[in-house]
Write a protein that binds this ligand. Sequence first.
Ligand SMILES: [Zn+2]
Length: 149
Amino acid sequence: MCELDEADESVVVLRDALWAAEVAPGYEVPGWFFLRARRHAELITGLDVPEQETFGRRARDMVAAVTAATGAEATYMLMFGENYRHFHVLIAARTADLPADRRAGDILKLRAERTDVERARALVPAVRDAYAAMTAEPPVADAASAGAG
Ligand SMILES: [Zn+2]
């Protein structure tokens, strides 16, 4: 995962001081993106305090951006940390056409069935734009306005 810092600009949705999101080699299913710590941190328990404090916002904005850009019916966020201990989550658009046996955890079967490098990379500009639009807005709702409804 550290080596994703060398990835070509064309697969990069975001990079800031602490976080990056890209289409990852070997996981080029259209609508799949990895959100990962820039620093080499192992597992969620290895995140330092600034990473812990910013992860929720990055995760929320990435899920929202992927949903907006793909029109997915649902967008998943999966975390395992067994094969690659470098902290990352897989954000996966679940489109309306996917049958019941390819939903929830079974979506990982698409890695074997629907890898399409070109189509996966072609979604990057739209997700990048959606992410930029998302982060230009103020945070969703503060406690006062959330309570007012
Ligand atoms: Zn690493």
